[in-house]
Design a protein around this ligand. Structure first.
Ligand SMILES: Cc1cc2nc3c(=O)[nH]c(=O)nc-3n(C[C@H](O)[C@H](O)[C@H](O)COP(=O)(O)O)c2cc1C
Length: 191
């Protein structure tokens, strides 16, 4: 089997952690995996050497990283020929998965996530085989003063964590592992 590509775009680093976790899960299954940063694809990179791909990007101010958009646009043809998964990392998804939040708020958050994924896919004419929303993290200890204040305000309004003395990781790692296992089977057998 050809290797599997894991490509990520990140601002604060959480999506890189997710990409490395996905890669470790695939390697534990015996797959050969290349992990690359969408901002810095290695020289001579070509996507057609891969059996399948997992792409992970995070949301900031309503948009995924522009480098992921450019990566997909550049390699779209090769990506469209293999099984692909798009992991959308956001705090909006943390709202979807927050079991203590009211139903309508969670449903609205789910629609917001879908809308941003659809807008991204339309912008680069990309049709991933699967989309998997992932709850991101509030990395208060890494933010500058302004971002910390803004994120604390947004989190507070959404009923999220406002204690800025430490970080809050909302990623459901077990659910992610189950998704990766199922995606790995699709990559092995074809769509
Ligand atoms: C300045 C800033 C803006 C953000 N904007 C959004 C947003 O518009 N929607 C959202 O769901 N999450 C938003 N987030 C949350 C990030 O998507 C979340 O923290 C994610 O885990 C970041 O991933 P990264 O560490 O890989 O960059 C924002 C975070 C920051 C710091």
């Amino acid at each position: 089997m050809k290797p599997v590509l894991v490509v990520y775009a990140t601002r604060q680093g959480h999506t890189r952690t997710i990409a490395e976790h996905v890669a470790a899960t695939l390697r534990a299954r015996g797959d050969e995996v290349d992990v690359i940063d969408a901002a810095e694809p290695p020289a001579g990179f070509y996507a057609s050497r891969y059996q399948g791909a997992v792409l992970a990007a995070s949301l900031h101010r309503g948009h995924y990283e522009h480098e992921m958009l450019e990566f997909v646009r550049t390699h779209r043809e090769a990506l469209e020929r293999i099984p692909t998964a798009f992991l959308s990392v956001s705090l909006t998804e943390a709202g979807v998965e927050n079991r203590t939040a009211p139903f309508d708020r969670r449903a609205q958050a789910a629609m917001d996530v879908k809308r941003t994924v659809d807008a991204f896919c339309a912008a680069c004419d990309f049709h991933p085989s699967r989309v998997w929303p992932v709850a991101g993290a509030l990395l208060y200890t890494q933010y500058g003063v302004l971002s910390r204040l803004v994120l604390r305000f947004i989190a507070g309004r959404a009923g999220g964590d406002t204690d800025t003395s430490h970080d809050h990781d909302y990623t459901d790692w077990k659910a992610l592992d189950r998704f990766v296992a199922s995606m790995a089977r699709e990559i092995e057998t074809g769509p």
